[in-house]
Design a protein around this ligand. Sequence first.
Ligand SMILES: *Cc1c(COP(=O)(O)O)cnc(C)c1O
Length: 412
Amino acid sequence: MLKPRELSLDEMGDLADIIPGPDPELKATIRAISQFEADVTRPIIPVCEPTLTGNELKYITQAVETNWISSAGSFIREFERKFADLSGARYGVACANGTVALHLALATLGLEPGDEVIIPTFTMIATANAVTYCGGRPVLADAEPCTWNMDLNQVEDRITPRTRAIVPVHTYGHPVDMDALRQIADRHGLLVFEDAAEAHGARYKGRPVGSLGDAACFSFYGNKIITTGEGGMVTTNNEQIARLAWNLRDHAFSHERHFWHKFIGFNYRMTNMQAAIGLAQTEQLEKFVQMRRANAAYYSALLATVPGITTPPEADWAMNVYWMYGILVDEKAYGMNRDQLRRALAERGIETRTFFIPMHCQPVYFDQYRGQRFPVAEDLCRRGFYLPSASSLTRAEIERVVRTIREVRARA
Ligand SMILES: *Cc1c(COP(=O)(O)O)cnc(C)c1O
């Protein structure tokens, strides 16, 4: 039987300092007094929620009414085309979720055991796991303080004869400096697969993410900028990668005869129902991005005068889409630490989430990276968390969150 890798804080040594405490219990302390007030402020502000106010119901009804609910049907190709188009890519390969989008893209490489793929340690575990599923070895690079993305200065140092690819992550919606990364990759003949799971609609020097590497992987999980419930997509301008990914997604059925397989394929298909929702969401992507950027600008303006709070970055060549509005807490200047502030917010009905715990600190990867340290990622993990970030967040809700952060500080 599979046994979990237990990791005690003792075994982690001083790395244990960065591991967040348990999630605080959310309390609904604010009661809506009037119908009017119920409209502007809710007892609990969730950290994230989908916005399903477009053609979602209409299209999914069409899927049911026309009897096309499985993984054939016109919404799949339409969603692939429309989403790829917005991402500046020629091809889109819809699939079951963002994790398998990463797996599909990497599987087209044909990694062999021991092959290496460079990824940031500061990411969600799917980035590392997708490499592991292929038999490859994730090689970790630290984050950089100015964008919270992978530090490109570390990437070149980590390239070895076994390196096959680099997977940059557009963290929390902020694009990676892709021209600089491309130069490194080209010097060494490496492929670049963007993990764009958090960055739908983000732009780098005016160009959309999703077409800045050899392929890109998106997630449409319920908390992402657009959602299909569960879903993902590989976008690419490379016809070979697209064809292979389409084929591997569908058990690698051969074109010569149906039940004839030349690859170990997968069933990573998306259904027409998910694609129906995806198409309706894609129609609203630009609007959602504008809403998120307006929300982020409002948060940052209000938080600018709160001592000890660092607001999220945006490089001058970047258009951040703020998948999550993340902040860092300086314990001395703010008067309490991140976990204490989160607890105080939870007591006042405001849901938050801590930043990623880096890959080298994960029980399941700890032995693989024992002794390696990544101080920037560790600092982000110790001090970072995100505030309510849904596209549909209202100005009144943002004001309530920031007012609460101020009040909590005043009483610290
Ligand atoms: C959400 C996410 C994924 C995984 O997507 P799923 O659809 O949940 O499988 C991968 N990478 C990053 C960076 C993510 O944020």
